[in-house]
Ligand binder design. Sequence first.
Ligand code: AMP
Length: 275
Amino acid sequence: MSSIARKLRRENKTVGFVPTMGALHEGHLSLIAEARQMSDVVIVSIFVNPTQFNEKEDFTKYPRDLTADAALLTDYQVDYVFAPEAQEIYGENFSTYVYVENLTETLEGAARPGHFRGVSTVVTILFNTIRPDFAFFGQKDAQQVAVIKRLTRDLGFETEIVVLPTIREESGLAMSSRNTLLSPDERQGASIIYQGLRDAKIAFREGERNALKLADIVRQKIETEPFARIDYVAVVDSETLAPVDKIGDAQVLIAVAARFGLVRLIDNIIINRKQ
Ligand code: AMP
């Protein structure tokens, strides 16, 4: 991958990079389609990164299907699929990790110790290997977006981070590789997350500016679903992830994590004055 990337730089090709953990769905494909629009060469990585899993079982159960993924990608004119083995990324005696302060201590960072250290480290290794002009990420993982933007600025990567909207199933459930692990009932029930977020957005449009009240609207809706176990509902600044009391001019994120059976799902919406 390094030598291909070097060759592409020599040829002055712009490189668009889409990092994924595979089990590809339309959310991933929307990133790939945009990468295709914006870049001469599209590189997709498929790597279930062991260091970002804080639960061993989550890692072993994570869906993997490289054959189906490769077949899906044939329609998308992807130039390279980079699917390394863990030993290629983390060589013997690997000891260097990237840790983004502050932003990684709340929400997913608090619930999943070590998760963002794994994400930041692998993204740094992939960015160093590929040196993309553009890298594409989904808004579904809003905290990941904030962390990657921070690390890109702090470490001086010359990669532009492009963030694209969350793609949803018809029910409103955010697409996720983990959705395949839900039972049919759980999957149906999981659409309650987006219903809660949508209720909050409607209340915001109608003038509600109190963050606690908006969070309560989301929480109360999700609690009507017997399968759901809420982990958190948070109203935070979308860039700093600091909790917000009253919605003002800054862009705000309402973020949710909830379990359905053994599967933990996250979702969020952005609200701002213009809506
Ligand atoms: P993953 O394979 O889950 O690590 O995701 C790879 C990339 O796809 C990340 O940037 C995710 O934010 C993005 N992604 C995952 N699900 C969605 C979705 N439903 N809509 C848009 N982007 C997504």
